[in-house]
Design a protein around this ligand. Structure first.
Ligand code: PLP
Length: 442
């Protein structure tokens, strides 16, 4: 009997014993092609020798030094690496242990910035429906996913939601992308005015929506219009690139693809690629200057912020990605993956949409393609597809609630950047076999 409080209390899990390139291997020797990087984490695969060596060197030299006493070389070097490549004036980095902590830090930074700037009435956070920003209470309160929020609602601080940029379902018949983007920006502006333009602190969004919607990129110009609305009312723009950032869509920062400069940008997952738990909050020079000239410190902190071994691992991961030019592979393999999915699945009557960017791809299932009606959530299609894929030796990331937190199913793919043509074929074959097997039983 296991004494671990596992995610599921009724299911048993295979025991993972080894990672080898794009595969995870369990205690029976079964190999699983990791087509989702767990949850879009393992972007370098599972056994990168250079990263392993960097971690071993760092642990032997200095495993950890508390950040209230010391800085460390890996932390300084990783901050230099990231800020040299980040958009705009995101010149400072706060290192944490994961995505939720990165979001919490962003929210507290935004609040402290306005307090010290002399605008303490700014407190409202606006996010989008069908969003996920993490599971700690502040991050959960910020997200707009009804299912994830519902039982914890009494514990959540008040936040406000606007429509997501989810063209497949939110664009009206006859509406162009340009008109859609303008309508959503207008909706944000109305929400800011409704709450009081001098009371809104931040707008937060995932540039490409991951787990909640299944790799949904924004329409052209959406983020530029959003940036303009935020600027008009002095609202901070927080980009949550925890899942979509760090090369997943073909460049290190999605905000750069969208030609915007967020005030705060959160990363995690692919930053350390699973070799160590690490996340980070990148912060604009203006925010840091305000705090430096004010209280002189950021009133926050966790025991493991700036963990030396985690920073050394992340630096090695990012150096590998850059020196091996893996981001161009993300683009080319992403195209191949998309084409494969389209050709094997695209014509099936229950495939509503295949979308995404780079090696971040989503497939939305529908009962009826014309009306885009989702399947009943009671069917638990997403869970059945995940189970069948595991049986066939494929890890993918299916989720339910795509439409409104309750209805809808999608499958998210986020394979390692090191996949080759053969792996792409295997992913497409096994995924399509899993989906078709489950659909035959419906
Ligand atoms: N933000 C986004 C967009 C995420 O996808 C996630 C996790 O899936 C988080 C935040 C929270 O990250 P973590 O699970 O590392 O706390």
């Amino acid at each position: 009997m296991s004494h671990v409080l596992h995610r599921s209390l009724v299911q048993s899990y295979p025991v993972a014993v080894k990672g080898e390139g794009v595969y995870l291997i369990d205690s029976t020797g079964k190999r699983y092609l990791d087509a989702c990087g767990g949850a879009a984490v393992s972007c370098l695969g599972h056994s990168d020798p250079a990263v392993i060596a960097a971690i071993q060197r760092q642990v032997a030299e200095l495993a950890y030094a508390h950040s209230a006493f010391f800085t460390s070389e890996p932390m300084e070097q990783l901050a230099n690496f990231l800020t040299a490549r980040a958009p705009g004036s995101l010149d400072y980095v706060y290192f944490v242990s994961g995505g939720s902590e990165a979001i919490e830090s962003a929210l507290k930074l935004a609040r402290q910035y306005y307090v010290e700037k002399g605008e303490p009435e700014r407190r409202h956070i606006i996010s989008r429906r069908q969003s996920y920003h993490g599971n700690t209470l502040g991050a959960l309160a910020t997200g707009g996913n009804l299912w994830r929020r519902s039982q914890f609602e009494p514990l959540l601080v008040e936040t406000h939601q606007v429509s997501p940029c989810y063209a497949y379902r939110e664009m009206r018949p006859g509406e162009t992308e340009a008109v859609f983007a303008r309508r959503l920006a207008d909706e944000l502006e109305s929400k800011i005015l409704e709450l009081g333009a001098d009371q809104v602190m931040a707008f937060i969004a995932e540039p490409v929506v991951g787990a909640t919607l299944g790799a949904v990129p924004p329409v052209a110009d959406y983020f530029r219009l959003i940036r303009r609305v935020c600027d008009r009312y002095g609202v901070l723009l927080i980009a949550d690139e925890v899942m979509c950032g760090m090369g997943r869509t073909g460049s290190l920062f999605v905000s750069a693809q969208e030609q915007i400069e967020p005030d705060i940008l959160c990363i995690a997952k692919g930053l350390g690629a699973g070799y160590q738990p690490i996340g980070a909050t990148l912060v604009s020079e203006q925010i840091v200057r305000t705090l430096r000239e004010g209280s002189g410190f950021f009133q926050h902190g966790h025991t493991y912020i700036g963990h030396a071994t985690a920073c050394a691992a992340a630096l090695a991961v990012q150096q590998q990605i850059e020196s091996r030019q893996l981001l161009s592979q993300v683009v080319s393999m992403g195209r191949k993956l998309h084409a494969g999915l389209q050709s094997q699945l695209g014509d099936l009557p229950y495939i509503g949409d295949i979308r995404g960017r780079g090696l971040f791809r989503g497939i939305e299932l529908v009962r009826d393609r014309d009306s885009r009606t989702p399947f009943s959530p009671e069917l638990k299609l997403h869970a059945r597809i995940k189970a069948k894929a595991m049986e066939l030796g494929l890890m993918c990331y299916p989720m339910g609630g795509t439409v409104n937190g309750r209805d809808g199913d999608h499958i998210l793919l986020a394979p390692p950047f090191i996949i080759d043509d053969g792996h792409v074929d295997q992913i497409v074959d096994r995924l399509s076999a899993s989906i078709q097997h489950v659909m035959r039983g419906i």
